[in-house]
Ligand binder design. Structure first.
Ligand code: PHE
Length: 502
């Protein structure tokens, strides 16, 4: 049975949803530190080059591919050639795996949102987070107990995720993004404006932006720039392919790609300013250099920031509430895109109803998430995330560039997007897709493998890396191959592409 493909209510809704996917934890807690530790202002050079040579070209590629073939990643690949269907399943299943732990981080943020009202983390924020809140066990094979506050919040988060996706593309995803994203932006602006007026803010900002030009010559800095652009724009996850498959036939693709990239990049710069203004304040009030307080990811959000918020007294309560709300909102819009990339793939393949598939996906994802709510959760999360980012994303990105660029022909997608867009991309785009992106990703992959062989990730025992790292990546590939061998229950595969219809 073929159902009519759902559509966005408006192009604005589509763009907001794509930005919602892009703007996430990576913007708030990863980017600021990345700039700071990779040459400050000088980092902007590799960063913008990465946006123009890989970020925007790949968004156009994914948008164009999803739009032309009107399908989630597996359907779009299967329509272009049945033998590449597995390459569409790989990112879709990876999306599902990411979801299982992305929600856990959000559930910590939700707990901290609650703590913000009373600043319940006390004065030793580090000890509180690891020993009292997470109660981290002795190692990845020691589950420890269930952390009920985390369990409660993941239950709430999965219900929210489920509810949004259950209601469909325009009634759920689009609506949620239209509410969450502008609110997120307003909150971030409040944080930044109040943040830069704090005493000592300029110390932090100077530290953040003062360029260290020597870093521009370091290949690692370039790898970091490309890595951030990939992660931050939610590339190679099947998300953008899926989202653009819900667009009407006449819609400006190239323009949308630029808007998505610039909006995400603007939000990144905004949060970098906010974060470093606050860090500058902290360093100044403690009389220590910024280097001593600068941090990223978990350490920034759950250790350093709670400490600053406590130092600020009642103003800190406001900052805490706003900051953790930001994390939760930014995270939910990313989670929704991950569920959609996975569910759309299954819906396309089986022809089953959205309501059924989304409910099963949410229930399955929820049950797996519960594992991370134990004392060993932090270890699982750390290992799975590292391997997915080092291998899954890089290999899928490489696969997309090679298969679509060389086998399908970059020009077919370029011609398609140019036909519907006002701004036409030239042959430079083919060069980026066929040569530049694959070269960078291959280099990245080799680097990652060499580093992993030299020093296995995070000093974990090999058994843990094999089961939660290599094992999970291998399992994703195996499931992808099996899924691609199953017959299509939905006659979507027979539905023509736009090109042929016209
Ligand atoms: N782009 C998101 C961020 O910056 C992370 C993400 C990656 C979300 C892949 C969905 C898929 O945080």
């Amino acid at each position: 049975m073929s159902q009519k493909r759902e559509q966005w209510g408006s192009k604005m809704g589509f763009i907001l949803a794509a930005i919602g996917s892009a703007v996430g934890l990576g913007n708030i807690w990863r980017y600021p530190y990345l700039v700071y530790s990779n040459g400050g202002g000088a980092f902007l050079v590799p960063y913008f080059i990465a946006i123009f040579t890989a970020g925007i070209p790949l968004i156009i590629l994914e948008y164009g591919f999803g739009h032309k073939y009107r399908g989630s990643a597996p359907l779009a690949f299967a329509k272009s050639s049945k033998k590449w269907e597995w390459l569409g399943w790989w990112p879709s299943i990876t999306s599902f795996v990411i979801l299982t732990y992305y929600t856990i981080i959000l559930s910590w943020a939700m707990n901290y949102l609650y703590f913000s009202f009373s600043q319940g983390w006390g004065s030793d924020t580090n000890g509180f987070f690891f020993n009292e809140f997470l109660r981290v066990s002795s190692g990845p094979f020691d589950l420890g107990g269930m952390r009920w506050p985390i369990f409660i919040c993941i239950t709430i988060l999965w219900l929210i995720n489920w509810f949004i996706c259950y209601r469909g593309v325009s009634g759920g995803i689009e609506k949620a993004n239209k509410i969450l994203l502008p609110t997120l932006f307003v909150i971030m602006v409040i944080i930044v404006v109040r943040g830069v007026t704090l005493p000592g803010a300029t110390v932090g900002l100077n530290k953040l932006f003062t360029p260290d030009w020597s870093k521009v010559l370091d290949p690692k800095v370039w790898i970091n720039a490309y890595g951030q652009v990939f992660y931050s724009l939610s590339l190679a996850m099947g998300i953008l392919i899926t989202y653009s498959s819900y667009l009407p036939s006449k819609t400006d693709i190239n323009n949308s790609a630029f808007i998505t990239a610039f909006a995400n990049c603007g939000f990144e710069l905004l949060s970098a300013i906010g974060v470093f203004a606050i860090l500058g304040f902290m360093a100044t009030s403690q009389g220590v250099p910024v280097d001593e307080v600068a941090s990223q990811s978990i350490g920034l959000a759950f250790v350093v920031f709670p400490k600053v918020f406590s130092m600020m007294g009642s103003l800190g309560k406001m900052f805490g509430i706003l900051f953790f709300t930001c994390l939760v909102f930014a995270g939910i819009t990313s989670c929704v895109s991950l569920i959609e990339a996975f569910s759309a793939a299954v819906i396309d393949k089986t022809g089953a109803s959205r309501k059924k598939i989304v409910s099963f996906a949410a229930l399955g994802g929820y049950l797996i998430s519960v594992m991370y709510a134990t004392g060993a959760g932090l270890y699982f999360l750390d290992i799975v995330d590292a391997f997915i980012n080092s291998y899954s994303v890089v290999v899928v990105g490489l696969g997309e560039a090679i298969v679509l660029g060389w086998f399908l022909g970059a020009h077919t997608i370029r011609e398609h997007t140019n036909e519907v867009s006002i701004y036409r991309v030239g042959k430079w785009w083919d060069v980026m897709i066929k040569f530049v992106t694959p070269t960078i990703l291959t280099y990245m992959l080799i680097q990652n493998i060499v580093t992993e062989i030299k020093s296995p990730y995070g000093g974990y025992p090999m058994s843990a890396l094999l089961s939660f790292g290599w094992g999970v990546v291998a399992l994703i590939v195996v499931i992808a191959i099996i899924a691609s061998k199953r017959p299509w229950k939905n006659n979507e595969l027979q539905v023509n592409t736009f090109k042929e219809v016209e």
